[in-house]
Design a protein around this ligand. Sequence first.
Ligand code: NDP
Length: 289
Amino acid sequence: MAELLKGKPVVDRMAEDMRGRIAALEEQGVKPTLALVRLGQRPDDLSYERTAVKRAAGLGIHTKPYVLDEFAPEAALKATLQSINYDKTVHGCLMFRPLPTFMDEKAMCNTLTAAKDVDGISLASLAAVFTDAPDGFPPCTAAACVAILEHYKVPIVGKHVVVIGRSLVVGKPVSMMLLRRNASVTICHSKTENLADIMRSADVVICATGRARTFGAQFFGPGQTVLDVGINFDTQGNLCGDVDFAEVEPVVAAITPVPGGIGTVTTSVTMAHTVAAAEAALAARTGRR
Ligand code: NDP
């Protein structure tokens, strides 16, 4: 039976670490604050917002909602993001996406300054991930994968990590973050040939395709660690990952569940980035590091 790499112990450990840091910030008169920018009332956004507000409140992080009409002009969103950039009482910003199709989403993401881009959506944040620069924050899901591997002490240095998916949200940034940690990384995608052979050759496999239960037992082998990033619904409407858990769990050494795995950790990473952004703002103000 595989070791179950649950998100909850990782979340608990991160919360313990953050509570001490938040108390230290409050002693200095700083209340870590996260702006939540939403356009309209999409059920997905509202659900994500409820989760973020609850998680923040439990830690003592303040949240500040910015709600715009679903047909608000791009200029209104840009002005909101710019006001967040200049607001010294706000340390991080989470903007719910996708934005309406009439908006230039890339331009809006790039309006946010890297120092407050706790979700890693701007080109400046991504450039830092790809160049190993210390600015900004990596995308939260990619960072959640790394947090799970580190928490469960999965060996990475010199190991072969196969990442399935090449999006800028998960596949590419997690590949760069693990390369930086001295893994040997192979990135696969929908055109990759001999995918099963490549996956079976890995020490660690990270599946981020958004294809429900696509990877069965034939893609895996003994001793492997599997991170399933996918959040999908099967034909019966059940939440499931990219991996066929029932088939794969008996084969591999360790695996993240869906739900209760990577997704659980992602929101905590956003909170940890907000705390780090507040610390950086305080250090910049006081000249201390
Ligand atoms: P994208 O659709 O942007 O990217 C999917 C990637 O998977 C593409 O690179 C695509 O290849 C590749 N792919 C698709 N099908 C296959 C296949 N059969 N074999 C090999 N590669 C394949 O998705 P995202 O990166 O945004 O998200 C991926 C998953 O992660 C989704 O399920 C999403 O819900 C989930 N997610 C989870 C989060 C969390 O917190 N747990 C947060 C963000 C996303 P190609 O480039 O060739 O098209």
